[in-house]
Design a protein around this ligand. Sequence first.
Ligand SMILES: Cc1cc2nc3c(=O)[nH]c(=O)nc-3n(C[C@H](O)[C@H](O)[C@H](O)COP(=O)(O)OP(=O)(O)OC[C@H]3O[C@@H](n4cnc5c(N)ncnc54)[C@H](O)[C@@H]3O)c2cc1C
Ligand SMILES: NC(=O)c1ccc[n+]([C@@H]2O[C@H](COP(=O)([O-])OP(=O)(O)OC[C@H]3O[C@@H](n4cnc5c(N)ncnc54)[C@H](OP(=O)(O)O)[C@@H]3O)[C@@H](O)[C@H]2O)c1
Length: 436
Amino acid sequence: MAKRVCVIGAGPSGITAAKNLLDQDMEVVVYDLGTEVGGNWVFTEKVGHSSVFETTHIISSRTLSEYADFPMPLDYPDYPSHKNLAAYFQSYAKQFNLYPYIKFNTLVKHCERLDNGEWEVTTISNNIEQKETFDALAVCNGHHWLPRMPDYPGQFAGEFIHSHEVKKFSHFSGKRVLVIGGGNSACDVAVESSRVADSVDISWRRGYWIAPKFIMGKPSDVFSTKINWLPKKIWQMASALSLYFRNGKNSDYGLPEPDGPLGSHHPTINEDLFFTIRHGKIKPRQDIERLDGNEVYFKDGSKGCYDVIVACTGYIISHPFFEKQFIDYSEGDVPLWLRMMHPEIKNLYFIGLFQPLGCIWPGSELQSKIMARELAGEWKRPDHINSLINQELRHPDFKQINTPRHTITVDFHRFRKRLLKQLPSNYIRHAVGASK
Ligand SMILES: Cc1cc2nc3c(=O)[nH]c(=O)nc-3n(C[C@H](O)[C@H](O)[C@H](O)COP(=O)(O)OP(=O)(O)OC[C@H]3O[C@@H](n4cnc5c(N)ncnc54)[C@H](O)[C@@H]3O)c2cc1C
Ligand SMILES: NC(=O)c1ccc[n+]([C@@H]2O[C@H](COP(=O)([O-])OP(=O)(O)OC[C@H]3O[C@@H](n4cnc5c(N)ncnc54)[C@H](OP(=O)(O)O)[C@@H]3O)[C@@H](O)[C@H]2O)c1
């Protein structure tokens, strides 16, 4: 008998979960609190689930950012915009006839595992609460929507927002802006706001590797893939050298040097940060010590005066529909095999709950295929899943700095290989990047 599966979220992970479950003749219900397919990539000017800006283009290139079952349109640029991506995800949903299975404007409020092992899912839509039961749960609610705010001594008299709230850069017109962070949001916000703001400073609490979008005329991830066969240390050195030839050192731009090798933090891919600093439009600052009125005091004893602070300090992993004592991955290790399977509960899957050095949804697609095959009885998980989880936690693909954003990192290629190992060799129609 077909199993009933609840999919939470119709973002890039949720739609591929639904597609692959339907391929295995499962009965699927997808709930999404939004009004369209695409999750983070459905840009609106209102603050909601999405965290993209009006100007966002992806940082993983087109060639390595497509589902194996659904190549990106050939006329897409190397780095598609959020609009391109929303259209791509919506075409995927149309192509595989997913819309009839999605209930939009529906919040999953609570999920509870019943004594018989089924899931009772409580939803709210138009203020009406409903409960339904399912044989399995696929959690695809994303992990870039709940802001992580920093806390400093003192009070700031201006506007103090998180990058999640940044939509249009005209908001910064004529203002003195301080951006906190060295990740992709921070560098995008600093560069884009510098086009209209009165001044922009960027505060880093440590040094970060900043990679360009192109190396030798190729998208950086494509270039990096070409030398991926090298032993990791050599790969790290060769990549670092190519960045040095391209940009020189961080200190050439007044920024601290990274304190670990390439891969020791989530990569920041930005073509314009160094350029904009050297055009005098962005001023580097050290970590913040305290706030006082409109003034911000930095750890090197300097200070600046600002109208707006934008904390681009990342996101907290959150599953608010579970009891906290049952699932809480907001900090520390996330003990799931292949980043998707719970050590004890077999009918609970997490799809897309990993942070690749590369793109998320091709990995979500492979996870979904494994989930669907297991539910269809075509694949069985190993019995020693606890030891496999421990092994994964003890031997991460990259040894990273111990900060809150680094609990779910995987290397795109190695993770892909681990997932493919669980699938029949002829199962994937074409390799990632085949549309090029
Ligand atoms: C600015 C920005 C740029 C990024 N660029 C890249 C990139 O270049 N490459 C890359 O691979 N990744 C990038 N990411 C990461 C991003 O998380 C992924 O691209 C992708 O969106 C993950 O898909 P997902 O389906 O797992 O999650 P999401 O896209 O977040 O989708 C989750 C869906 O679940 C729904 N949902 C959540 N909670 C509930 C609930 N309780 N009830 C009902 N529905 C719910 C939401 O409405 C949403 O539709 C970027 C992130 C940001 C913030
Ligand atoms: N163009 C794009 O495609 C694009 C744009 C934006 C974001 N993204 C993606 O979206 C995801 C989230 O990126 P993000 O940049 O928003 O978050 P992020 O990767 O978590 O980066 C957060 C940054 O803030 C710093 N930080 C955190 N807490 C801090 C504190 N208390 N004080 C000072 N600094 C602090 C972090 O430093 P530590 O290293 O010390 O933790 C890091 O530099 C990533 O997957 C990213 O690739 C992509």
